[in-house]
Design a protein around this ligand. Structure first.
Ligand code: UD1
Ligand code: CA
Length: 478
């Protein structure tokens, strides 16, 4: 086949994700376990899309609906076909579930395992290139292999006396000599689609696990006179499979370590104790920001430059400006903090809370779905929910927006330059005008006019704070 024809050859990807993953000892299907905040299957599917295949086929079985949802979350808009494997009879049977879609397709099929999440796009692209080069010489299949210090658990690559491929033997079926082989099957392959489905018909389940092994197909093809190519890869970490929670934790650590090194080397972030921080690979952190021990930053959080994030703080999809100080033990979820604000210790922002530039949120203050203007402060023991608060306003200690009447949530609006006295209860819906003051212990059940002082239970206007004008136009106090 001339080069150009090979390059134009249709490419599909098939991802195996129907298994339960018994070795995880979990009620959750293995491919739904999270790595770097995303299900394993999502990593594989995202990488698959980078190959720009015609379609991605995902074989589902255990917790099919949840796996489907996870995949669609990750690669919405791509052409994805879900194929159901009714009973999990082995990897060969899983591929066979896609027979009706693919067996007549004159194409190349890349097969990936839903539990081998670290594989990179570049490696897959080289695999496809390698396969197409060998296709010209008649290779029906290319197998990704790697040498491991400890190959246990993996299928071994048995080579013949000339050193070329003979067969794959699974760990459980291998004899003592075969178990010494350290070249393993990565569970990632490129096939001539028609030849794969033709050979698959001859796979039997006569083995230690009573399963239909996909790994029997290469030897069957070879016996039918086809060539099998090997794509030997040098990076064992990329092909590590997740079969149990120890392997999952190892990969988590690996990704986190890489993220933290990248942030230190490329972004100029200081980590006081790089081994004791958990940072999502999607987080963006600016220059000269200092991350203290035991900080967790999850999701697609963004932290600006020159920030200080103290021990025990946990950010989830947070957007933090420049020069922000987040003191110890804060939880900041789906919220924004403006430049030069100070938050904590022990503050909780959630449900799209927005703290303005130079704002201050102190000890035991919870802010939910509220917007606070520039330089506005709530320094102690406060709950602000469903509130909009202007600039330069001070919220005293122990203030609560009573936003819930037992049935519905209501809003509180507070203007600029307001002083809400300690222990004020703002019974929503309620509005406090610009420049108003509430006395300590007020229970505010009706709107407070601008520039007025209210006090009492329920709070009443006690006086106007607006400077009055005398007859000659000069200002006097009322
Ligand atoms: C498989 C390979 C092994 C290889 C290893 C690499 C086989 C028989 N063995 O072993 O040679 O070294 O991967 O990681 O293929 N699955 C289904 N349906 C099934 C069974 C499995 O969809 O009926 C899916 C699983 O969800 C998983 C993938 O196939 O994502 C691999 O299955 P797993 O049981 O983990 O295979 P290994 O024993 O790791
Ligand atoms: Ca596996």
């Amino acid at each position: 086949m001339p080069d150009s024809l090979i390059e134009q050859r249709q490419l599909n990807v098939l991802v195996l994700a129907a298994g339960l993953g018994t070795r995880m000892r979990s009620d959750l299907a293995k491919v739904l376990h999270k790595l770097d905040g995303r299900p394993l299957i999502n990593h594989v599917c995202r990488t698959a899309t980078a190959l720009a295949p015609e379609s991605i086929y995902v074989v589902i079985g255990h917790q099919a609906e949840d796996v489907k949802t996870a995949v669609l979350n990750e690669i919405e808009g791509q052409k994805v076909v879900f194929v159901t494997q009714e009973r999990q009879l082995g990897t060969g049977d899983a591929v066979n579930a896609a027979r009706s879609y693919l067996e007549d397709s004159d194409s190349t099929l890349v097969i990936l395992s839903g539990d081998v999440p670290m594989i990179r796009h570049g490696t897959l692209a080289s695999l496809v290139q390698h396969h197409h080069r060998y296709l010209e010489r008649g290779a029906a299949c290319t197998i990704v292999t790697v040498r491991l210090g400890d190959p246990s658990g993996y299928g071994r690559i048995v080579r013949n006396d000339e050193g070329s491929f003979d067969r794959i033997v699974e760990q459980k079926d291998a004899n003592e000599d075969e178990r010494q082989i350290n070249e393993i099957n990565a569970g990632i392959y490129c096939f001539d689609t028609q030849k794969l489905f033709s050979a698959l018909k001859a796979v039997k389940n006569h083995n230690a696990q009573g399963e239909y092994y996909l790994t029997d197909v290469p030897a069957l093809l070879k016996d039918a006179g086809e060539d099998i190519a090997i794509f030997h890869h040098n990076d064992p970490q990329e092909i590590e499979g997740v079969n149990n929670r120890v392997q999952l934790a190892d990969l988590e650590r690996l990704i986190c370590r890489r993220t933290i090194s990248r942030l230190m080397l490329d972004s100029g972030v200081t980590f006081i104790d790089p081994k004791n921080a958990y940072i999502s690979s999607e987080a963006v952190i600016g220059r000269d920001t200092v991350i203290h021990p035991n900080v967790t930053i999850e999701g697609s959080s963004e932290v600006g430059s020159r920030c200080e994030i103290r021990s025990g703080s946990h950010l989830v999809n947070a957007k933090v400006g420049n020069g922000v100080e987040i003191r110890d033990n804060c939880l900041i979820a789906d919220s924004e903090i403006g430049d030069a604000a100070v938050v904590g210790p022990m503050a909780h922002l959630r449900g799209h809370a927005v703290i303005g530039e130079k704002g201050r949120i102190g000890n035991f203050v919870e802010v939910k779905k509220s917007n606070l203007g520039r330089r506005t402060k709530a320094s102690h023991l406060t709950y602000l929910g469903d509130a909009t608060i202007g600039e330069d306003t001070n919220i005293g200690a122990g203030v609560i927006t009573c936003n819930y009447d037992g049935v519905r949530k209501h809003e509180t609006h507070i203007g600029d330059r307001v002083k809400i006295g300690s222990d004020t209860m703002l019974v929503a819906p309620v509005t406090v005008g610009d420049g108003a003051v509430t006395a300590a212990g007020s229970v505010v059940i009706e709107d407070v006019p601008e520039d007025s002082l209210v006090a009492g239970v329920p709070a009443k206007v006690k006086k106007s704070l607006r400077p009055a004008q005398s007859a000659d136009g000069s200002l006097t106090s009322s």
